[in-house]
Design a protein around this ligand. Structure first.
Ligand code: ATP
Ligand code: MG
Length: 392
């Protein structure tokens, strides 16, 4: 069979989404469709000690784990979309003189240079137009979002994927992937809008704050519809809660992690929660009340960082009213976190629902598993969505 015919009969497989996270490697596979259909959402712990500051330092160990994960779930697609760690990524909205996309392609390096904290010849740079040049006067300015990462950080993720036998076709930013994955929440773009119980999606013109809390990195984004107003790294992430517990109780990291996932609440634990968490009396030192006292300062730092980011935006771009706040990333699973942020900032806060963006009903997957792990699949889902969209 000629290869052209083969392609016709077997449409080119979509690229899968792969996130190499500090805590877990995650893979999402979609089948093209409207909306795309979820086929796999799988994860495995990242080998201990193989990452530092979001960067892979043991590429072979990580690649082997990824390869095993793919084999275990019989995922055979080789093309993959992945992302650089947040710690290496920079995005900024900038104003440039009105020009066509093609012209900007040549000029972007010079336009972006003063906004990028790395030598411009050592970065991978990309951009997207936020305004249509056709709507801007001849001598006007237009808004562009730029994304940059050190070439070295890009090379590292490419290396890991290649070692795992994958072909990295797009290297994205996690912050963009999050917004793509949350289109269901942000734009109400999903199959079964009418079945939504509440109004867990934004209305036209509303501004949403999206906070993705990973193990070692967090990103805060402001969006109106599909327009990014700001995306910024935040220096507090889910591992910081673990580290605080580790120090306070003199534990190793994984024991502290267990205490966090088992007993941590982000609001003063109620009596019911004390009972619900059912802590072992022999381990009274880890009661939810004590755990809460230990993690409280980290929570305070997180809230300060959110306030600071909003202040930064307001100074640069003017006042903004936040209509909705969505949490994503594994860190969003901490009990009471949405309520704690809501109490502190006075916004309505909820954990996002990335699965609204795709069809899951045909997948035959365990919906309990999908619901329980929705926050940490936000980034890999967004990467997989890019893989479906960029299909040639
Ligand atoms: P990064 O993108 O920062 O490199 P990652 O993608 O590996 O990290 P995620 O998988 O999004 O991180 O989230 C993992 C984090 O979420 C871990 O710190 C983990 O402890 C935390 N987490 C998961 N479940 C819970 C829970 N129930 N309560 C509190 N924290 C949790
Ligand atoms: Mg992550």
């Amino acid at each position: 069979m000629s290869s052209a015919l083969q392609r016709l009969l077997n449409p080119r497989p979509n690229a899968i989404g792969v996130e190499i996270g500090t805590s877990a490697i995650k893979v999402v596979v979609l089948k093209a469709g409207s909306p795309p259909v979820l086929q796999h959402a799988v994860t495995t712990p990242t080998p201990i000690g193989s990452m530092r500051d979001g960067l892979v330092v043991e590429p072979q160990a990580v690649a082997t784990e990824l390869k095993n994960l793919l084999a275990q779930h019989r995922i055979t697609t080789r093309q993959a979309v992945t992302a650089v760690p947040n710690q290496s990524a920079v995005t900024r909205n900038i104003m440039v003189p009105r020009m066509e996309r093609k012209e900007l392609q040549d000029a972007i390096k010079w336009e972006a240079e003063r906004y990028i904290p790395y030598p411009i010849d050592e970065v991978a740079l990309d951009f997207d137009l936020l305004d249509d040049p056709a709507n801007i006067p001849e001598d006007g300015q237009m808004e562009v979002v730029i994304a940059a990462a050190p070439s070295e950080a890009v090379a590292r993720v490419v290396e890991v994927l290649q070692l795992a036998g994958l072909d990295p076709v797009v290297i994205d930013l996690k912050s963009f992937a999050v917004l793509r994955a949350l289109r269901g929440n942000l734009l109400g773009e999903h199959l079964t809008k009418s079945t939504l119980t509440g109004s867990n999606y934004t209305e036209a013109g509303e501004v949403a704050l999206v906070l993705e809390i990973g193990a070692s990195s967090s990103v805060i984004s402001l969006v109106r519809g599909d327009r990014v107003l700001m995306a910024r790294n935040i220096g507090v992430a889910a591992d910081d809660f673990t580290t605080a517990l580790q120090k306070a109780f003199d534990l190793d990291f994984s024991a502290a992690e267990e205490i966090k996932v088992g007993y941590a609440t982000a609001t003063t634990p109620t009596e019911d929660e004390e009972d619900l968490l059912n802590f072992d009396l022999s381990r009274e030192q880890y009661s939810p009340a004590r755990v809460f006292e230990v993690i409280r300062p980290v929570l305070g730092d997180l809230i300060t960082e959110i306030r600071r980011s909003l202040e930064f935006y307001r100074v640069q771009s003017g006042d903004v009213v936040i209509d909705r706040t969505f949490l994503a990333g594994g860190g969003a699973k901490m009990r009471g976190l949405a309520a704690a942020i809501s109490d502190a900032l006075g916004f309505r806060v909820e954990v996002a629902s990335p699965w609204l963006t795709v069809q899951t009903d045909l997948s035959g997957m365990d919906t309990g598993y999908l619901q329980a792990n929705a926050p940490e699949f936000t980034v890999p889902l967004g990467l997989a969505l890019r893989g479906v969209q960029s299909r040639g």
